[in-house]
Design a protein around this ligand. Structure first.
Ligand SMILES: *[C@@H]1O[C@H](CO)[C@@H](O)[C@H](O)[C@H]1NC(C)=O
Ligand SMILES: *[C@@H]1O[C@H](CO)[C@@H](O)[C@H](O)[C@H]1NC(C)=O
Ligand SMILES: *[C@@H]1O[C@H](CO)[C@@H](O)[C@H](O)[C@H]1NC(C)=O
Ligand SMILES: *[C@@H]1O[C@H](CO)[C@@H](O)[C@H](O)[C@H]1NC(C)=O
Ligand SMILES: *[C@@H]1O[C@H](CO)[C@@H](O)[C@H](O)[C@H]1NC(C)=O
Ligand SMILES: *[C@@H]1O[C@H](CO)[C@@H](O)[C@H](O)[C@H]1NC(C)=O
Ligand SMILES: *[C@@H]1O[C@H](CO)[C@@H](O)[C@H](O)[C@H]1NC(C)=O
Ligand SMILES: *[C@@H]1O[C@H](CO)[C@@H](O)[C@H](O)[C@H]1NC(C)=O
Ligand SMILES: *[C@@H]1O[C@H](CO)[C@@H](O)[C@H](O)[C@H]1NC(C)=O
Ligand SMILES: [Cu+2]
Length: 497
């Protein structure tokens, strides 16, 4: 059936208010692109010739294996660097050109396109259930194009194994200044032997590497295991046609993912430019691997969404045959159907649960506030801890109505404790990667509203908090770049079945 595009929004609105159904996010209208500026035009090269992506009937007999970046040999590095170099030397307006490839990432965030069904609503693939599948699609096509350029249909991208002790520094293939895999805008002080510090949440100096690795692994355990026991906690919350962006990011996206973007710097530190650094693809390959690992972990409800609004969300990409294709989330739920798996390496974080039993001593001088509040200093908020009707219910802390300018790096930590004590346990962090490099005067021009959801059940049990009683939530803003204006609307503990 063909629906007149003029009445479509009205129809969708009727559907929405009558509660019948919402709608999946549809493919963007490439002829309505709003570039940032002449210097940053990341509109996707358009074409009216669009075909649907086709999966094979069954997975190929031999699956390609994406290797850990720190374990590959010299030959692999040369091959990958060669392929990227070829991509960088294509004519600028070729859809496979490295900058055009990077632009595709930029284009699917930042309000470059609006939703095709709701022309006044932005299209954003971060901060919701679109995050994992969209980036899987993006890497798939990038990988296939690289393979095509070097005549190796079996080429695979590497993954930055930052969740293991050996992989916590920038892998050596990215550090050779003469290589196409190098990016000279990265923070100079984060070169090897410096390692990632996504576990040092208290700001202590990172001069003890053993402790730093352990702290990182404990965060991995929380964002993969104890704090990711439901689909929404891990994959992120629903985002359908007509929704603004006030959804929630999954646990890995909001912590390790954001942190590593910011830590790597400077191209990597905003969504507009992050994919101009080849390390982006290895970073996201590991994110993609986390989705695979999460599905196989015991305990909790770790299955992907069955919601057709998720499965039928669709996007456009240029493929390895220079064809613009339309691909849906349902096409990418199984990596084997796309022909690849990940190299198996030991999972160190499975044996490193966070130490929350005793909590941390924390100032009780933080003021006790009612929400909403501007978060310009640490605050305490009283929340009710509901009784659970069933043991299988997961307690979820929901921080709602988090409002800020999307161009600013916004970070705050969340601690939870009993109401009559100053001992608190770390529950999680909100860490927002700016969509675009912050410029003076830009504040207030791209206001967004987000949600943070954190799995709480293990913490409630280990801190022996009283269900049916009250808990004290402490929010601590942590800004490393000066300006950070963020408002928090509401906090509650909800039960998820
Ligand atoms: C491509 O987009 C431009 C504007 O961004 C538009 O003028 C042009 O008609 C589009 N071409 C196709 C083939 O859609
Ligand atoms: C952008 O480019 C257009 C056409 O080349 C030009 O007319 C316009 O002044 C430029 N805008 C800025 C802000 O440079
Ligand atoms: C890389 O490219 C060079 C020249 O283009 C070629 O001679 C060499 O064999 C390539 N190496 C690999 C490992 O593909
Ligand atoms: C998206 O919608 C907003 C709000 O109506 C509008 O200002 C903006 O120009 C639109 N962007 C595009 C690319 O159509
Ligand atoms: C988009 O349009 C709808 C109805 O046309 C309106 O209710 C809504 O406020 C608009 N949203 C934005 C962000 O402009
Ligand atoms: C890719 O792998 C398949 C299956 O192992 C093999 O048949 C094919 O020859 C390989 N292609 C290349 C270019 O190596
Ligand atoms: C980069 O290449 C130049 C010229 O080929 C060479 O002089 C220089 O030593 C190389 N640098 C590194 C870090 O390999
Ligand atoms: C570093 O931390 C580890 C683990 O907490 C500890 O055993 C070790 O003594 C520390 N080393 C130094 C030099 O402080
Ligand atoms: C999806 O459906 C399967 C099979 O019915 C079920 O086991 C799983 O829990 C469902 N997933 C979600 C997120 O509801
Ligand atoms: Cu991204």
């Amino acid at each position: 059936m063909h629906i007149n595009p003029v009445i479509l929004p009205a129809l969708l609105w009727l559907y929405t208010i009558s509660g019948i159904t919402a709608m999946p996010i549809g493919t963007p209208d490439l002829s309505h692109c709003q570039p940032f500026s002449n210097e940053t035009n990341c509109c996707i090269i358009n074409s009216t010739n669009i075909v649907d992506f086709k999966l094979p009937d069954k997975p190929p007999e031999t699956l390609r294996v994406r290797p850990a970046a720190h374990l590959v040999d010299k030959e692999y590095i040369l091959k990958y660097a060669n392929a990227t170099k070829l991509m960088k030397s294509l004519p600028f307006n070729h859809p496979w050109n490295f900058i055009q490839q990077a632009n595709v990432h930029c284009a699917y965030c930042d309000g470059i396109y609006n939703q095709s069904n709701f022309p006044n609503m932005t299209l954003e693939v971060h901060g919701s259930w679109l995050f994992f599948p969209w980036h899987r699609m993006y890497l798939h096509f990038h990988e296939k194009i690289l393979g095509k350029l070097i005549g190796d249909e079996n080429f695979t991208l590497p993954f930055w194994n930052w969740d293991s002790a050996e992989g916590m520094e920038i892998p050596s293939m990215y550090t050779d200044a003469n290589s196409s895999l190098f990016d000279n805008t990265r923070w100079k002080n984060h070169k090897p032997p410096n390692i990632l510090n996504y576990g040092f949440l208290d700001g202590r100096s990172n001069n003890n590497m053993t402790r730093q690795i352990e702290a990182n692994l404990r965060v991995m355990y929380r964002i993969m295991v104890s704090g990711a026991k439901t689909t929404e906690l891990f994959l992120g919350g629903p985002y359908r046609a007509g929704d603004d962006e006030s959804s929630s990011a999954g646990s890995v996206e909001i912590e390790a993912h954001s942190y590593i973007h910011l830590w790597t710097g400077d191209d990597m530190s905003s969504f507009t430019t992050s994919a101009r650094d080849a390390i982006f693809y290895a970073h996201h390959s590991n994110i993609d691997r986390m989705w695979e690992l999460w599905k196989g972990l015991p305990g909790g409800k770790r299955s992907s969404y069955n919601d057709t609004d998720w499965l039928d969300s669709a996007f456009l990409f240029w493929d390895e045959n220079l064809q613009l294709v339309r691909i849906r989330v349902r096409d990418v739920v199984d990596t084997k159907m796309l022909g690849y798996v990940y190299q198996e390496v030991p999972i160190q974080w499975l044996s490193t649960p966070p130490k929350v039993r005793d909590g941390e001593e924390m100032s009780s001088a933080f003021s006790l506030v009612e929400l909403p509040v501007m978060l310009d200093s640490a605050v305490n908020i009283n929340v009710e801890l509901p009784e659970r009707k069933m043991e299988s219910m997961e307690e979820v802390l929901v921080v709602d109505g988090i409002e800020f300018d999307a161009r600013v790096h916004v970070v705050f930590d969340v601690y939870v404790g009993g109401s009559g004590t100053s001992r608190k346990a770390f529950a999680g962090r909100f860490d927002h990667v700016p969509v675009k490099k912050w410029k003076k005067g830009a504040i207030g021009t791209l206001l967004v509203r987000k949600r943070l959801v954190l799995g709480l059940t293990d913490l409630v049990e280990e801190l022996r908090l009283e269900r049916g009683g009250r808990a004290l939530v402490t929010l601590i803003p942590r800004s490393d770049r000066g300006v950070m204006k963020v408002k928090v609307g509401a906090i509650s503990v909800q039960l998820s079945t």
